[in-house]
Design a protein around this ligand. Sequence first.
Ligand SMILES: [Zn+2]
Length: 134
Amino acid sequence: MFAAYHNHTTLSEGKTSVSERYDAAFGKGVRDLGISDHFCVFPDGSTRPWSMVSSKVDEYISEIRSYNRGPSAFAKIGLEIEWFTDHHSILPPLIEGLELDFRMGSLHHVGEAFFDDCFSPKRSEEDRLEMWRK
Ligand SMILES: [Zn+2]
């Protein structure tokens, strides 16, 4: 059985809609699908364009549910939730009570710096080493 839980849609940084994600996954033999769009809220409450904003999460959950057609085409609803060290007060109220099937933790930042961007040619060698030291 093929399972895939790390999937993004156009609701965050993905290139396909929820409908297209369903069709592609179930058309390729995935039998256990989870959709986990990015949910990244910085400790100051700001977000990034590649992340879903908290006011859209209920809509996100409803949209995924609307495509669930039974056991052969059923997606679990998740979020890939970014973690920051100073997140203790802001994150729990945003995600508690959401009707999610799973939560996937992620770390893409060192402080405010986007870690995935570490090897960008825009960063100096010294800048890269500083990120790695943190
Ligand atoms: Zn991801």
